[in-house]
Design a protein around this ligand. Structure first.
Ligand SMILES: Nc1ncnc2c1ncn2[C@@H]1O[C@H](COP(=O)(O)OP(=O)(O)O)[C@@H](O)[C@H]1O
Ligand SMILES: [Mg+2]
Length: 136
């Protein structure tokens, strides 16, 4: 039986990232070319400062590359890509449920649908009764 390979296909060609210019210029990525097949599980390993976070931030759309191209083929997925940060990315002034629903709100998901999805996510991780608590 054929195994369905779920996930996005990613093609990165000739990616370059320079931070600032002139004497302070840092070349964080230089000519990165990489293809990732749907369902393939990839780890990017290297010493601190070699550009791992820069590559992931560009992939997530949080930083723009200096040159080169990225294609993400994610047909049928609700979100093309997402990034889970090393540190918790919570807003300390928002309740648990507001934090969970923030991404849906920024994408303009209708309130009823967002509430149902927040409910399901809280239930999944056992946080329903802490919904009105704050991250601390
Ligand atoms: N915002 C920035 N401005 C200037 N230099 C940066 C910035 N972010 C990262 N760098 C530099 O780019 C290089 C790659 O950093 P980074 O992608 O964070 O590496 P890694 O995640 O592999 O530790 C490092 O030399 C780092 O100091
Ligand atoms: Mg890093």
């Amino acid at each position: 039986m054929a195994v369905e390979r779920r996930g996005a296909a990613i093609e990165i060609i000739g990616l370059r990232k320079e931070y600032s210019s002139g004497p302070d210029r840092v070349v964080a990525l230089d000519d990165i070319t990489l293809r990732i097949a749907p369902g393939e599980f990839v780890c990017i390993v290297g010493p601190s400062g070699c550009g791992k976070s820069t590559l992931l931030r560009i992939l997530a759309g949080l930083t723009a590359q200096t040159s080169g191209t990225i294609k993400v083929e994610a047909t049928g997925w609700a979100v093309e890509n997402a990034m889970v940060f090393q540190e918790s990315g919570l807003f300390p002034w928002m309740s648990v449920e507001a934090n969970v629903g923030f991404g849906l709100m920024t994408r303009g998901i209708p309130t009823d649908e967002a509430a149902a999805r927040v409910e399901a996510a809280l239930k999944l991780v056992g946080l329903t009764r802490f919904r009105r608590h704050y991250p601390h």
